[in-house]
Unconditional design. Structure first.
Length: 119
């Protein structure tokens, strides 16, 4: 399984950015697709993920500002980030977790994409 992320970049505080991540290859139909981020000097943390049945989990710090969505037919997950703040600056990583089948719990990671929020 390969994950190809796009989006990211530099944005001013209060601005918006969108990320997308397309997964290719074979993985179990019941899964979670989402995003983690890692700020300098900090541990990688979950930003948001969306299960293939539509349920979502978002970190408290992004609730109300970020929206996650996915297109199951395209195996693509999206993250719309609004009202960005400097503390959102981080490398964002796409993630897929298989939640069924022989590879239950297997995780796949994309290469990170940098989001910088600065004036």
């Amino acid at each position: 399984v390969q994950l190809q992320a796009s989006g990211g970049g530099l944005v001013q505080p209060g601005g918006s950015l969108g990320l997308s991540c397309a997964a290719s290859g074979n993985f179990f139909s019941f899964n979670a697709m989402g995003w983690y981020r890692q700020a300098p000097g900090k541990q990688r943390m979950l930003v948001a993920h969306m299960f293939s049945d539509g349920r979502t989990d978002l970190a408290d710090s992004v609730e109300g500002r970020f929206t996650i969505s996915r297109d199951n037919a395209k195996n693509t997950v999206y993250l719309q980030m609004n009202s960005l703040q400097p503390e959102d600056t981080a490398v964002y990583y796409c993630n897929v977790v298989e939640l069924g089948g022989a590879k239950y719990g297997m995780e796949y990671w994309g290469k990170g994409t940098l989001v910088t929020v600065s004036s």
